[in-house]
Design a protein around this ligand. Structure first.
Ligand SMILES: Cc1ncc(COP(=O)(O)O)c(C=O)c1O
Length: 457
């Protein structure tokens, strides 16, 4: 409905007839018209992309529904498809390519380390697993986050990092209460913690859980940001509470500081661990090294998980713990074949060094402002459609009143990649090095995409 109503207001600037106008109005109208042009129509069935997809798709388990373009190259904030068309990427591989695509030093390190040592297993030491662990602990403390961070388990993905956190919490619960009564794990509505059975059991979304029920026993679900329910939710039986300081997949929903402080206090009172999942919102995405770096010390976690931007596209995850947790984990309790390999760890060591830099983080805050100003203009122009602007730094969401799928297609066909989250949320998680000009370019395409979708409705 909103698409249609608003259409009538913008239709006047959306037709070639506006060429007849004069002055600034005409320029604005021409710009609006230009931004509604399809510069990147989805590849057709008989294009090179269409042919490749037809050949490959039957062999791929259909866990994803993908649009037609096939991406073959990336640099900075841009991707190129098989038809050699350039797209501005505001998804950065779902909050992964924070240094942009194919950062020069990143690519150089891959090539170099690939010729030195890629894997020798966790049976032996190598120079990079420990160096990365040390840097993560030191950077975390220096950022004002998790003041008692002490050691790290390195794995290959976000789900695995959370899985380790969940297993460590169960072990701590068993050590604290050998009767086996302290094993409950609490998570929250609209959370996303991963797809493995443990992390999925903490992801209370029927769409993800129902086909694979029964879930792991002992998981409880609370209401995010509801302070009043914390006491009944988190009890002596709780071994850990897992929570995203900003829910990403759930629709870019920030937790309030009061909520996290109250949650942390309750955890301490009943001897439960507090586990922050910063897989999407961490690593400088909010403008501080961790999203929780801005919280008071008493709200710091016992377990902190990261992945995504930690590898800038190379698979890696990490579970950071304090000594209270680490002291309960013994040789043989957990393991991984690939996790902590020297190639992934040397890359992540370089990436952490870049993302822990205060100047880069200040840049994130400044760029966030450019987005927010643009979003406010869009909201003023499309008030029925854009209901709310949420998020922090460069994890931002526009809450729409309707399904954003048509806008996403319209943007893609104009050379801009954006994604959804939660219910009708348009999510923006670009490279943290995105330039102001690129942001302006993306906002212009977005405006044209909203207009275009309304024209069709
Ligand atoms: C907050 C959060 N936790 C965990 C995961 C799972 O990470 P992965 O897909 O690397 O297993 C994701 C992925 O989107 C996430 O956003």
């Amino acid at each position: 409905m909103a698409f249609r109503t608003a259409l009538r207001r913008v239709a006047a600037v959306n037709v070639p007839a506006t060429r007849g106008l004069a002055g600034a109005g005409a320029a604005a109208a021409r710009r609006a018209y230009a931004t509604t042009q399809l510069t990147h129509p989805d590849p057709t069935e008989d294009s090179a992309s269409g042919k490749m997809v037809r050949e490959h798709a039957p062999y791929m388990v259909t866990t994803y529904s993908r649009p037609p373009p096939v991406f073959v190259k990336g640099k900075g904030s841009y991707l190129w498809d098989l038809e050699d068309r350039k797209y501005l990427d505001f998804t950065s591989g779902i909050a992964v390519n924070s240094l942009g695509h194919c950062d020069e030093e990143f690519s150089k390190i891959i090539a170099e380390q690939a010729q030195e040592l890629v894997h020798a297993s966790n049976l032996y030491y190598n120079p990079w697993t420990g160096a990365l662990s040390k840097l993560l602990v030191e950077s975390t403390k220096a950022s004002g986050g998790m003041h008692d961070a002490s050691s790290v388990f390195i794995c290959n993905s976000g789900s695995e990092a959370n899985e380790a956190g969940i297993k460590f919490a169960r072990k701590v619960g068993k050590v604290l209460d050998p009767s086996g009564n302290k094993v409950e794990i609490v998570s929250f509505q609209n959370a996303f913690h991963g797809r493995t059975m443990g992390s999925l059991s903490a992801t209370p979304n029927p769409k993800y859980q129902a086909p694979f029920a029964p879930m792991v026993p002992g998981f409880k679900v609370g209401t995010y940001n509801d302070i009043a329910s914390i006491d009944s939710l988190v009890t002596e039986k709780t071994c850990s509470v897992i929570v995203e300081p900003i829910q990403g997949e759930g629709g870019v929903m920030p937790a309030t500081e009061e909520f996290l402080v109250a949650l942390a206090k309750r955890c301490r009172d009943v001897g439960a661990l507090l586990h922050y999942d910063e897989i999407q919102c961490g690593m400088a995405r909010t403008g501080t090294f961790w999203a929780h770096s801005s919280l008071p010390k008493e709200a710091h976690p016992d377990i902190l998980t990261t992945a995504k931007a930690l590898g800038n596209g190379f698979p890696i995850g990490a579970t950071i713990v304090n000594e209270h947790v680490a002291s309960k984990i013994k040789v043989g309790d957990h393991g991984t074949t690939f996790g902590g390999n020297p190639l992934a760890c040397r890359l992540a060591h370089y990436i952490v060094g870049r993302l822990a830099d205060g100047k880069l983080q200040e840049g994130v805050k400044a760029k966030s402002e450019v987005f927010l100003q643009g979003f406010e203009k869009l909201r003023a122009k499309f008030p029925e459609l854009i209901k709310e602007v949420r998020g922090k730094g460069l994890i931002l969401g526009l809450q729409l009143s309707e399904d954003p799928t048509p806008v996403i297609k319209a943007a893609r066909e104009r050379g801009l990649l954006v994604i959804t989250a939660g219910t009708n949320t348009l999510r923006f998680v670009p490279s943290l090095l995105v330039s102001e000009q690129e942001i302006e370019e993306g906002l212009r395409i977005l405006e044209g995409s909203f207009e275009a979708v309304m024209v069709k409705a």
